[in-house]
Design a protein around this ligand. Structure first.
Ligand SMILES: Nc1ncnc2c1ncn2[C@@H]1O[C@H](COP(=O)(O)OP(=O)(O)OP(=O)(O)O)[C@@H](O)[C@H]1O
Length: 551
């Protein structure tokens, strides 16, 4: 074979074959068509130069036909720049892009007005135009999203050929969207093809698109068996820290975005009427996850936040402006949880009287979320507090008193032999040191089912088990920097709601019972004759003495 190849090449060198082009059309036409095709293919790249040429032509026409029209051109420029500042009509959301659009519009219109009055060749207009093309062209050519969009456009154009090569002939791309991590396309399959055919050809698609291995994911379209979504990840979302984009929820009823899965889809969890457990070894990113949750809850106007941080407030104190209470000692923690049980009892009692089964959080009657950093520490140092926590875990959901506990050591003892854990319907498992911790944090059998949290290799990476998240998919939490924590806490501090009067009164009625334990007394006597508890909710408005200021 090799000998034949060498002989063949030698023969070719001795008998060179002239390259014959025998076009059907005249050569000029063929060349023009080739230039046209190239310009069309690279239309996005040549856009700045093309725009400059259009300006010269329009400027010259206006100068010769209506040189007095420059004030009109100026006025139109001002109007267009005003529109561009707001990001219209391109739907620009980033301030840098809006700034670029405004500058380009202003310079373009300004140059055209000058060219209309003086002529496009009058010095220094040609020099200014060349300088502007270079200065505005560089950010245009370098713009990541523009380049990504162009690449996607080319894939869409080439798809019919690619599809034929990879065995999906007849399928077509209906639409495509470029985002931070790559792009996503909706594909219409040929009748008879199914999403299983596409999934079976993922490796071929990656090869045809020239992506890195593992970059293509295919999801079925729940509404149509002949359609699917193809996700192409230009970059692995988990390679570096992912900056927190800011709060995505304004109400506890909105799902909270914790981070992103490996396929760049967001991890959304609903906290309303759910308790959450966040477990992981030291430095695995537990406080990071708590920060994302707190950043979102701080922006919700229907949640009152209480915190317990027995590391002297090290982790939660930065959120103090948004926390109605913060306990940093075992005694304070016990008192805080006892008060929460009192709130729970009062609400349960009121709901029983009203025949309302659940407490619907509103800014006037907010939910109560208690965030506990290092739950195992609490279990060790404040055994009384554990009873209250378990009571809240068992009964708090219906009356919107929720627990959010992070723990480094999910021991049987800390978890109350599993009683507390079984009430936590959201489990976030960060890196663990020992394999058996996976089952302790998530549930029995989860390690065997593929939830391999011991293999997570960077802080903030986690598995989540919750409603709608029943598969072991790796995710990474957003990183909220210390500065962002401070900014977010300061921003939402004055928008925090107060507890409703009923709950505040319940805290006021907590007293130490004979056996030294806290007890809450919520009786119908507190409401006037004929008043329902709901009525009382609206009437008792004074801040109870038991609601303590932050230490
Ligand atoms: N989502 C994340 N992405 C990138 N880095 C992170 C993320 N979360 C945390 N880190 C980094 O990991 C380190 C430890 O994070 P964190 O303090 O949240 O861990 P922890 O589990 O609470 O630790 P400890 O158990 O000691 O309290 C920090 O330096 C932090 O910057």
């Amino acid at each position: 074979m090799r000998a034949y190849g060498r002989r063949h090449r030698r023969w070719n060198r001795r008998n060179p074959q002239p390259l014959l082009v025998v076009p059907d059309e005249p050569l000029t036409l063929v060349v023009l068509a080739a230039i046209g095709r190239t310009l069309f293919r690279y239309r996005s790249e040549v856009a700045p130069v093309f725009l400059a040429l259009v300006l010269v032509v329009v400027g010259s026409v206006l100068h010769h036909s209506r040189p007095g029209a420059w004030p009109v051109v100026t006025l139109v420029t001002v109007l267009a720049a005003t529109v561009a500042v707001r990001g219209w009509p391109w739907g620009l959301t980033r301030s840098a892009e809006r700034g670029y659009a405004t500058t380009t519009t202003t310079l373009t219109g300004g140059w055209l007005a000058a060219a209309t009055a003086l002529g496009p060749t009058r010095s220094p207009l040609p020099t200014l135009l060349i300088l502007a093309v270079v200065a505005l062209g560089v950010p245009w050519w370098a713009h990541r999203r523009r380049r990504a969009r162009v690449r996607v456009d080319r894939v869409i154009n080439a798809w019919p050929n690619l599809a034929e090569q990879i065995g999906l002939a007849g399928s077509r791309i209906m639409s495509a969207v470029v985002d931070t991590w790559g792009w996503r396309a909706r594909i219409k399959l040929r009748p008879g093809q199914s999403v299983a055919d596409v999934i079976a050809r993922v490796l071929a698609i990656e090869s045809a698109l020239g992506t890195r291995p593992g970059a293509v994911r295919v999801e079925r379209d729940p509404a149509h068996a002949g359609r699917c979504t193809m996700r192409v990840l230009a970059a692995d979302p988990h390679t570096g820290a992912i900056p927190w984009p800011g709060p995505t929820s304004r109400s506890l009823a909105d799902p909270i975005e914790l981070g992103v899965f490996e396929d760049a889809t967001p991890v959304r969890i609903a906290l309303l009427r759910r308790h959450a457990l966040i477990g992981g070894t030291t430095d695995s990113g537990k406080s990071g996850v708590l920060n994302v949750v707190l950043g979102n809850l701080a922006a919700c106007t229907d949640v009152v936040l209480w915190g317990i941080d027995l590391k002297g407030g090290m982790e939660l104190r930065p959120w103090a402006p948004c926390l109605a209470r913060l306990a940093t000692t075992p005694d304070e923690a016990t008192e805080l949880l006892a008060d929460a049980v009192a709130v729970l009892d009062a609400r349960a009692h009121a709901s029983g009287q009203d025949n309302t089964r659940v407490w619907k959080p509103t800014p006037a009657a907010p939910a109560l979320v208690i965030v506990i950093d290092e739950y195992a520490e609490l279990a060790d140092t404040a055994p009384d507090a554990v009873g209250h926590a378990e009571s809240i875990a068992r009964r708090g959901r219906a009356v919107a008193v929720d627990l959010l506990a992070a723990t480094q050591r999910p021991t049987q003892k800390a978890m109350g032999g599993g009683a507390l854990r079984s009430q936590m319907s959201i489990r976030v498992c960060l890196r663990v040191r020992e394999r058996r911790d996976v089952d302790l944090i998530l549930d029995k059998g989860m390690l065997a089912a593929g939830w391999h949290a011991h293999t997570l290799d960077a802080p903030g990476k986690f598995y989540v088990l919750a409603d709608g998240h029943n598969q072991p998919r790796r995710a990474r939490a957003y990183l909220v920097t210390d500065d962002l924590v401070r900014q977010t806490a300061a921003r939402y501090a004055d928008q925090r709601p107060d507890l409703d009067p009923l709950s505040r009164a319940a805290i006021g009625s907590v007293s130490l019972s004979a056996d030294g334990r806290y007890a809450a007394f919520v009786s119908s006597e507190r409401h006037g004759p004929g008043e329902s508890p709901a009525h009382a909710r609206g009437q008792m408005s004074s801040r109870p003495s038991a609601e303590r200021p932050l230490p």
